[in-house]
Design a protein around this ligand. Structure first.
Ligand code: ADP
Ligand code: ADP
Ligand code: ZN
Length: 230
């Protein structure tokens, strides 16, 4: 399965991508996680990326595309992947399609998780992430057993700098301007399913599973000739 999860910040893409990755045994590839790893290195590039992320703006395509291409080339992504947070604009979507096509592959499905703005702000303001394993929690909706501690690995939970309310508003605007056009883009390609992201995480997961079983999820690449692996 080569799946893209689309949706506004806080829609639950990461939560769902982690669950589906475990279910299917394929990696979750989150551009935000790849970028945060670069930022942690404290390099010139990391500082540049952070300057965009802290403002809620998109990091330049060139850097994001390089990180995604490197990640997709790793062995564990050969038989499928779940992209979370990438692509975020039409340029990135076209670069992804071209990169996959070069190795005889294509996306199976794009699922957009639809959540209203008020719910987004509630979800993001309570979001906590494990510093160690990146597991996701919510102080009200998905609280850990012990405050501030990851259930899975005992790591410390933290709140992302860019989850401050003002930055979230900016990220929603950026989503509307740059990312929402991808719904039309993938709709035209016949790859898109839109699902309601409001409900329990299990309910949302079931909707995604139903959507990827739909008619557009052919799972086959090109004409099947000379099919290579990315
Ligand atoms: P969320 O899902 O809450 O929006 P992400 O972790 O996906 O958060 O992204 C955090 C930030 O990282 C974004 O606001 C943006 O600055 C940057 N970022 C993530 N993915 C991309 C991308 N595909 N292109 C450009 N910038 C990105
Ligand atoms: P995204 O990757 O789209 O930015 P996340 O998966 O990080 O979104 O989810 C944002 C926050 O909302 C997290 O704190 C997460 O625990 C919580 N969350 C995710 N799915 C749901 C849901 N179905 N109902 C309530 N809260 C949710
Ligand atoms: Zn953890």
């Amino acid at each position: 399965m080569r799946l893209v999860l689309l949706g506004p910040p806080g829609a639950g893409k990461g939560t769902q991508a982690q669950a589906l990755a475990a279910l299917w045994g394929i990696p979750q590839i989150a551009s935000g996680d790849l970028l945060r790893a670069v930022v942690r290195e404290d390099s010139e590039l990391g500082r540049e990326a952070a300057s965009y992320m802290d403002r809620g703006q998109l990091v330049p395509d060139e850097l994001v595309l390089k990180l995604i291409a490197e990640r997709l080339r790793k062995k564990d992504a050969r038989d499928g992947f779940i992209l979370d947070g990438f692509p975020r604009n039409v340029m990135q979507a076209e670069a992804l399609a071209a990169g996959l096509e070069r190795v005889g592959l294509k996306l199976d499905k794009v699922v957009a998780v639809i959540v209203p703005d008020e719910e987004i702000v509630k979800r993001i303001s309570g979001r906590r992430t494990c510093r160690n394993c990146a597991a996701m929690y919510h102080v009200i909706f998905e609280p850990p057993a012990k405050t501030g501690v990851c259930d899975k690995c005992g790591g410390a939970l933290y709140q992302r700098d860019d989850d401050a309310e003002e930055t979230v508003r900016e990220r929603i605007k950026v989503y509307e301007a740059a990312t929402r056009p991808l719904l039309d883009h993938y709709g035209r390609l016949g790859l898109l399913a839109q699902i309601d992201g409001v409900g329990s995480t299990d309910e949302v997961e079931k909707r995604i599973l139903a959507a990827v079983d739909g008619p557009a999820a052919s799972g086959q690449a090109g004409a099947g000739v000379g099919r290579a692996r990315l």
